[in-house]
Design a protein around this ligand. Structure first.
Ligand code: FMN
Length: 346
């Protein structure tokens, strides 16, 4: 008997980027012998969850609307694909309405297929956004993963496409439709779809305190800053005061990355155009800053340091002692770096 793959379209825009991608993914699933069905959430009558709590004791929703026929579909489909645009860094209301109404499935989860069977049920997420920064997909990934988990479906992969604003723009996105087709086929075959975007990987262990609020001033190499470490992390500093220098990793929270891949270092047109990753520009996909500083003093959870290239309020994500293995005296650098190095090469 063929397996069934259910595709949910979260976008209200017909023949838009998500519908084109979802159709491809469903065709891919079909090519592996699956039966497929597409549901256009915008066409359904779904009342928002009223948090009445009745499902908590019964596992059933009391609201009478299109969800009555969707619940069995959600339970019976072997695999599920959700294709949705990013709206205000979240899911469009059409998709969120359906997800919220799955509270009764969460409440009645014992009635769902046994967790051991859930590895047999697989889920794929397709998202599109007009911005090209991958981080804008982050906030709704947790919601979607929780949705799949509630249905007893193993989250197997995601296809994230930025830079898609206009209806149908995905048709000009190299390889996008092919990737969606292939992902649909792999979902049915149970093959790896690709690496998953990590869930928010950092939390600040402390904050930078100094007197500059924007770009560090001329001669920042000689300025002093304080690293104010969170109280619960303080014991983790023990022993750091025995090192003269530290590597400080920080999150450049004011950086603005807009998908640029080539830049003139420090925005100076007389500098050669180089790949973003060949520079120290703060405006990068993951705005992680790194500076080697001199440790002047530790007072409890406050470290006084010299030469930090980060401004007041910057979250610190890690500290490491500077070791002799970090020193590479004969390291090669291109010509353009030499003139800039004193002031950083961003
Ligand atoms: C109400 C609304 C909110 C949006 N919010 C965002 C956003 O926060 N970030 C973003 O990059 N794109 C945003 N977009 C753009 C859509 O995500 C993008 O155009 C998407 O590719 C549309 O997919 P579709 O063609 O399947 O409808 C928004 C669009 C609308 C209509």
């Amino acid at each position: 008997m063929s397996v069934k793959v259910l595709g949910l379209l979260g976008s209200p825009r017909r023949k838009g980027n998500n519908e084109l991608l979802l159709d491809q993914a469903l065709s891919g699933a079909q090519s592996e012998g699956a039966k497929v069905e597409k549901m256009v959430l915008n066409d359904l009558d779904i009342t928002p969850c009223q948090a009445c709590g009745q499902c908590l004791s019964t596992g059933e929703c009391v609201i009478r609307d299109d969800m009555e026929r969707i619940y069995p579909e959600l339970k019976l489909a072997q695999h599920l694909i959700l294709a949705s645009p990013v709206f205000f860094l979240g899911l469009p209301a059409q998709a969120k309405l359906l997800i919220d109404r799955c509270q009764c499935l969460w409440a009645g989860r014992n009635a769902l297929p046994h967790p051991e069977r859930s590895t047999q049920r697989r889920g794929l997420l397709i998202l599109t956004a007009s911005g090209s920064d991958l981080r804008q997909f982050q906030p709704l990934l947790s919601t979607v993963r929780a949705f799949f988990a509630t249905l007893g479906i193993t989250y197997r992969g995601e296809l994230l496409f930025g830079g898609l604003e206009e209806r149908g723009e995905v048709l000009h996105h190299p390889g996008a439709l092919e990737r969606a087709f292939e992902a649909g086929a792999k979902l049915v075959k149970g093959e790896e779809i690709g690496p998953l975007l990590p869930q928010t990987p950092f939390y600040p262990i402390g904050w930078v305190r100094n007197s500059y609020r924007e770009a560090p001033p001329e001669g920042w190499e000689r300025t002093e800053s304080e690293l104010v470490i969170e109280p619960e992390v303080e014991p983790a500093l023990d022993g750091l005061e025995d090192f003269s220098h530290l590597i400080v990793l920080f999150w450049m929270h004011s950086a603005k990355y807009e998908g640029q891949v080539k830049i003139h270092p420090q925005g100076r047109k007389e500098m050669p155009l180089v790949g973003l990753l060949a520079s120290r520009s703060p405006h990068r996909p993951n705005p992680i800053g790194m500076t080697v500083v001199r440790l002047l003093e530790r007072q409890g959870r406050v470290l006084r340091v010299r030469g930090l290239d980060a401004f007041d309020g910057t979250p610190i994500i890690d500290l490491k002692p500077y070791l002799s293995s970090d020193e590479i005296p004969d390291a090669k650098r291109p010509e353009w770096v030499r003139g800039l190095e004193k002031g950083g090469i961003g």
